[in-house]
Design a protein around this ligand. Structure first.
Ligand code: FES
Length: 196
């Protein structure tokens, strides 16, 4: 199951790994990849949870973790980004997260536990490509929306809660994995809120 105990050595390593993350977030710029944590094959098969230190993520910055072989995007949303989420519901396919693409505790306006942090699989719900993060220039894709995700394969577009826009091939919002915050700065991917 996904609630395997977290190895303290790995915890320290991840803390160090995330501590060197710099300010990144501009479209087209490579984002840090927190994939160096190397669980055993057995742990991988069991879908071991992945711990991420979110304390060093800058406002607007995206980092990538890896969980069960899939990329997980973690973004520290700015206050403006959070406020903007309420402004384009009419352009979305599933603005209220009616489809079961997230745990129940994330079926809210932010699709997350904390409005500040977006946590979603970086896997397009059309055919599985990796959407790219556009910070500040997403208006070129969706007029009036400054930040979002664009899938380069067939042009699907998602907002900063991973909600898919209308008139694109992706049918569903990005998947929000089970996650929780055991401490203020610790994100645990793979263990749901209340399960830790
Ligand atoms: S895989 Fe993303 S739009 Fe087709």
């Amino acid at each position: 199951m996904s609630n395997a105990p977290v190895n303290n050595g790995r915890r320290r390593f991840l803390t160090a790994a995330t501590a060197v993350v710099g300010g990144v977030g501009v479209a087209g710029v490579a984002v840090p990849f927190i994939g160096s944590w190397n669980p055993s094959a057995r742990a991988k098969a069991a879908g071991a949870p992945v711990e991420v230190n979110v304390g060093k993520i800058e406002p607007g910055q995206l980092i990538r973790a890896e969980w069960r072989g899939k990329p997980v995007y973690v973004v520290r949303r700015t206050d403006k980004t959070v406020a903007d989420l309420a402004k384009h519901d009419g352009q979305l396919k599933d603005p209220s997260s009616a489809e079961a693409q997230q745990p129940e505790y994330a079926a809210n306006a932010y699709r997350s536990i904390k409005p500040e942090f977006m946590v979603a699989l970086g896997v397009c719900t059309h055919l599985g490509c990796a959407p790219t993060y556009h910070q500040g220039d997403f208006g070129e894709k969706v007029e009036g929306v400054s930040d979002g995700f664009f899938c380069p394969c067939h042009g699907s577009k998602f907002d900063m809660a991973g909600r898919v826009f209308q008139s694109v091939p992706a049918p569903l919002n990005l998947v929000v994995p089970e996650h929780s915050f055991p401490t203020t700065n610790t994100l645990l991917i793979g263990v749901g809120q209340g399960e830790a």
